[in-house]
Design a protein around this ligand. Structure first.
Ligand code: ATP
Length: 405
């Protein structure tokens, strides 16, 4: 299991030294405009600390999937501009298509203490996602093979040059504040939760979250299952599920999980009723006629698309007595207003409890923020895929490669 005893930026002495920092600046862009700057804002504490300590801060990140070649629409130029505004100081953008080229070298050579340089999108280079040696060495050379800080939690589940490879060619490495925060909340919740520990899983398919279910069954007191994945569990209980989403191959797995939960004394809560419709809404937010039916009475021609009213109350009640709650995945097709009530009810229940509440990134994070409950949660993870792998109990390579304290 992961050790959280990692060196942090507080353990470094950076005055006058070059520091390479891997951030997660993978922000959504529309026509060159950043539509959600959360990830840039989340990177500020580490950058400010290093500037304040007189470090020469060289930032790098990927953006989207340019697949190993320069794509002007995936340039980090807009991030450099916004970051400059947020920091209130110039961020020199080194626009090399090869990331570590002449512009980068010149910009770094000209740095004074407290200066900031941002490199071009690391995924402009083919070697990046293959964790190639040469590009890792080039990145390390930019900071004189000295100090590497990984603050990109959202990319920590990937072993790439800029997240993992580079760490082998520097003298010292540490995690940034954002990474530290993710480790503190997700790590503590899963490894050392204040009980009762309630986890809520949703989303489309059981198959996507097999390992999460299994790992959480060993940790949680109550496991709530909603969303599309609930129907395979309902089928495992012998209920007819109509046209609802079903992973037929995983029915046996769900049966085993229900048995395992019983043996372990872990409570699994499934929907007791659901909202059904004739078919999946198309487009996804199209007006749709829904009906609330009991979970064991789903009509043959109908599809379950959200948890029902009784389930909303049941799930909210279960959250009330919790001391730690981790939530990943929506309860229904929340993109449609007629099918969003289940997800809203869970978000509200989390907003109202005094428990430590942790949102595991992705759709649930977006839902909580859109509904305006963002500031009521203890922690909203910035990494969807990374937080899921964390909940699976996997060691994340971008954390494992960092020096221990
Ligand atoms: P998160 O991003 O929070 O980790 P997720 O993205 O992993 O969650 P997915 O497995 O991608 O979750 O599933 C999210 C999708 O599942 C949503 O687009 C939602 O519309 C869909 N969904 C939820 N409930 C149902 C359902 N009953 N039937 C079909 N699709 C559903």
């Amino acid at each position: 299991m992961t050790s959280y005893n990692k060196k942090t930026v507080d353990d470094l002495s950076v005055a006058g030294k070059k520091v390479l920092v891997r951030c997660d600046f993978n922000v959504p862009l529309k026509n060159g405009v950043i539509t959600d700057e959360n990830r840039i804002v989340a990177a500020l504490p580490t950058i400010k600390k290093l500037i304040g300590d007189g470090g020469r801060v060289i930032l790098c990140s990927h953006l989207g999937k340019p697949k190993g070649e320069p794509k002007p629409e995936l340039s980090l130029a807009p991030v450099a501009k916004r970051l400059s505004e947020l920091l209130g100081k110039e961020v020199v953008f080194a626009a090399d298509d090869c990331v570590t080229g002449e512009n980068a070298k010149a910009a770094v050579a000209a740095m004074k203490d407290g200066d900031v340089v941002l490199l071009q999108n690391t995924r402009y280079r083919k070697e990046e996602t293959k964790n190639g040696e040469e590009f890792s060495k080039e990145l390390a050379a930019l900071c004189d093979n000295g100090i590497f800080v990984n603050d990109a939690f959202g990319a920590a589940h990937r072993a790439h040059c800029s997240t993992v490879g580079v760490a082998s060619y520097v003298k010292e490495s540490a995690v940034g504040y954002l990474m530290g925060k993710e480790l503190k909340y997700l790590g503590n919740a899963v490894e050392n939760p204040v009980r009762p520990f309630v986890t809520i899983l949703g989303g489309a398919k059981v198959a996507d979250k097999l390992n999460v279910i299994e790992n959480l069954l060993n940790k949680a007191d109550t496991l709530i299952i909603g969303g599309g994945m609930a129907y395979t569990f309902l089928a495992a209980k012998g209920y007819a599920t109509g046209k609802s989403l079903l992973d037929a191959e995983k029915i046996d797995y769900c049966k085993q999980m229900l048995e395992k939960a019983e043996q372990k004394g872990v409570k699994i809560l499934l929907p007791v009723d659901c909202l059904v419709a004739d078919s999946f809404p198309d487009p996804i937010d199209a007006p749709i006629a829904v009906e609330n039916v009991d979970a064991d009475k789903i009509p043959a021609g109908k599809m379950g698309l959200d948890i029902g009213e009784k389930s909303r109350t049941l799930f909210a009640e279960a959250v009330k007595s919790a001391k730690t709650v981790v939530w990943n995945g929506p309860m229904g097709v929340f993109e449609n207003p007629a099918l969003a009530e289940g997800t809203i009810a869970v978000a509200k229940a989390l907003a109202e409890t005094d428990a430590v509440t942790i949102i595991g990134g992705g759709d649930s994070a977006a839902a909580v923020n859109t509904l305006g409950f963002g500031d009521k949660m203890t922690h909203i993870s910035t990494g969807g895929g990374a937080s899921l792998e964390f909940l699976e109990g996997k060691e994340l390579p971008g954390i494992a490669c960092v020096d221990d304290k």
